[in-house]
Design a protein around this ligand. Structure first.
Ligand SMILES: [Zn+2]
Length: 342
């Protein structure tokens, strides 16, 4: 986000949280969209917080609407007075007591960014919410950064090798620097690898369910379970096998259609139709979903007119399939709920 204004050739170090944390996150997070238990409860609680805040804010919005629609129209002074009264007597959304209302706030940046809610009344209720929002990193930016580093270090290593080869510099000195660069290279390669794994995990891997596993077996594709017992395949492979499966289904459908032509019965027609909807379209959908994680349309208005009647030309629609969705290119980590009482 902050690096948008930089030219693509300069790489500043992206805001990367500690690599170990990222690694542990990668190990714990499953490959497909479904998130684990702790993650689920995090988002549930977060939703609960926002619902509470929404209800609280809505009361003020409703009051504003009421003042704006009052008949006869309310004077600005009166509105201000009403607003002040409203704020002075605001009730807490949790205990419905007042005055004082509920104090919703957010502060901190990066890892310390948190949202909180507490009762603002003199006689406070139990409401106490503190949620750390974690940090989000944009994987492609990190990939570029480490790739660039690795390239640079490799180039330096080559230079030192040449220096050694041609006895251009003191051997001791060169070897010492050589070692430092090698260490840096190893470190950067390690980070690059971690980023790539995170990227693949979110974008290039698909966990097979029971039915798709059967399909893979049918095409004699051996899939071995990983350490967590999940059957994970590469996205490209998945699309390839599903295409084969689709072709099979289509030829089955052709056979069925011929059978129907020979002996047209209602049952056969119904059966064929169901086969088309339940089998063929399902597979087509799953192929499309994996081929492109996002598909959207762009509309360009055509201002030119055609013919001597100056008829408006139809707008141009551009189909924009995108292989990666933005969500999958980001990783959020270190989210935590430190207080949640109501
Ligand atoms: Zn309260």
């Amino acid at each position: 986000m902050s690096d948008d204004d930089e030219s693509p050739t300069t790489y500043s170090k992206p805001n990367t949280p500690e690599i170990d944390k990222l690694k542990s996150l990668i190990i714990s997070s499953p490959s497909t969209g479904s998130s684990d238990k702790s993650n689920e409860s995090f988002y549930e609680k977060l939703q609960e917080y926002y619902d509470l805040k929404q209800q609280y804010d809505q009361k003020l919005r409703d009051a504003h609407t009421q003042w704006n629609n009052s008949k006869p129209p309310m004077s600005l002074e009166k509105k201000k007075e009403n607003y002040q009264n409203f704020m002075m007597n605001r009730k807490c959304i949790n205990c419905n007591k007042g005055p004082g209302g509920t104090i919703f706030s957010q502060d901190g940046i990066g890892q310390t960014r948190k949202i909180t809610a507490i009762c603002g009344c003199e006689d406070k209720c139990n409401l106490n919410i503190e949620i750390y929002m974690g940090e989000t990193i944009y994987i492609p930016e990190n990939l570029d950064y480490y790739k660039q580093n690795v390239e640079e270090l490799k180039r330096e290593l080559t230079e030192y090798k040449l220096d050694l080869l041609f006895n251009l510099r003191d051997e001791e000195e060169v070897l010492a620097e050589f070692r430092t660069i090698k260490e840096q290279l190893t470190e950067n390669l390690d980070q690059l690898c971690t980023m790539k794994i995170a990227f693949d995990k979110q974008n290039e891997e698909i966990e097979l369910g029971q039915s798709s596993l059967e399909i893979f077996k049918f095409f004699e594709q051996e899939v071995t379970p990983n350490e967590e017992g999940e059957y994970v395949v590469n996205r490209k492979k998945y699309i390839e096998i599903m295409h084969k499966h689709l072709n099979n289904l289509i030829s089955q459908f052709k056979t069925k259609t011929l059978e129907y032509k020979k002996e047209p019965t209602r049952e056969k027609l119904k059966d064929n139709f169901e086969f088309l909807v339940n089998e063929i379209q399902e597979v087509q959908n799953s192929i499309r979903e994996e081929k492109y994680h996002i598909i959207y349309m762009d509309t360009t208005e055509n201002s030119a007119k055609k013919g001597f009647k100056k008829q408006k030309i139809m707008d141009t629609y551009t189909f924009n399939p995108s292989k990666y969705s933005l969500d999958n290119l980001m990783v959020t980590m270190n989210t935590k709920i430190t207080e949640f009482e109501r």
